[in-house]
Design a protein around this ligand. Structure first.
Ligand code: NDP
Length: 264
């Protein structure tokens, strides 16, 4: 992995990015981001509904990467273009498909805090910039022979497994509510099926695994930054969610871990 690109702005900013990731990890142990029915709604300030909150927060994920990417000298090379496609599919799912399919309990309070949206903009802009600038401009490693490199092949394999786990688990959660939920049906139920057999938050496990795959297949520090931010945010959140399930459901399966099967 290339530790210094020689571009002073990029290299310095990436170090700042890793300091930010460490701060996010530390702060996650004092509380998780304020969104969703379980953890949102607390405190004062402007709150958005879940669908709008997700779309607005994640939009830089769809915008910054292609803008920076297209300005790069390798923008029309096959391997960088492949990574552009992976990125766009990932963020189209996160910023548009998942929120639009989300089933919101009628009458539920708007719970997506504005400060979460703003932190999301900063994070996603850094994600997009670090990866697009490296892949499309700063690196010379992505010639067509990269397609047969073991890092690319194994990383893509891990990515596809992680992405599938994420989508499948999100689908199980979505189907816990009816297509048009009524106010008197319970907002939360115990999810079963897929990796829910072993963990409370397989959707987060899948998301982290997909970024492990992305980091391996692109072999770049910008992707390690995305992975650090995602894990620093989602591992503590999974632990809060796991505790919440135990507190709210007496019959919650005792053998389930929070996020990593059999381990954590
Ligand atoms: P959640 O699983 O908390 O919520 C997703 C949806 O399912 C919400 O509509 C929620 O409703 C509903 N839901 C959750 N649990 C239950 C339940 N037990 N019974 C009924 N409905 C339920 O996930 P997040 O909103 O945190 O994340 C959504 C996606 O975004 C995930 O795939 C996650 O991996 C990804 N993500 C990625 C991040 C990253 O850093 N890359 C950061 C955060 C999320 P309600 O809103 O009412 O709680």
């Amino acid at each position: 992995m290339q530790w210094y690109t020689g571009n002073v702005f990029y290299d310095t900013f990436l170090i700042v990015g890793f300091v930010y990731a460490a701060l996010v990890l530390v702060s996650s142990f004092f509380g998780t981001a304020q969104y969703g029915g379980r953890f949102g709604g607390r405190g004062k300030g402007i709150k958005l509904g879940s669908k709008v909150g997700w779309i607005v927060m994640e939009f830089p994920g769809l915008l910054v990467f292609p803008l920076v990417f297209m300005a790069g000298r390798n923008a029309f090379e096959p391997v960088p273009l492949f990574f552009l496609c992976v990125w766009m599919i990932h963020y189209a799912n996160r910023a548009l498909i998942t929120p639009l399919l989300m089933r919101v309990q009628p009458g539920s309070q708007s719970s997506f805090a504005l400060n979460v949206v703003i932190a999301g903009w900063l994070t996603l802009s850094l994600h997009g910039y670090f990866n697009a600038a490296y892949i499309s401009e700063l690196s010379d490693q992505y010639t067509t022979s990269w397609f047969s490199d073991p890092r690319f092949i194994s990383g893509l394999f891990i990515y596809l497994i992680g992405f599938s786990i994420n989508i499948y688990s999100d689908t199980i959660l979505r189907n816990l509510r009816s297509l048009k939920p009524t106010p008197n049906e319970p907002r939360y139920k115990i999810p079963y099926g897929g990796l829910f057999k072993w963990v409370s938050c397989p959707q987060y496990f899948g998301e982290i695994l997909s970024f492990v795959g992305f980091a391996v297949m692109t072999w770049n520090l910008g992707a390690v930054f995305v992975l650090a931010m995602t894990a620093g945010n989602l591992i503590p959140r999974a632990r809060y969610t796991h505790k919440w399930f135990h507190k709210n459901f007496e019959n919650y399966p005792a053998e389930r871990k929070a996020i990593i099967p059999f381990i954590l």
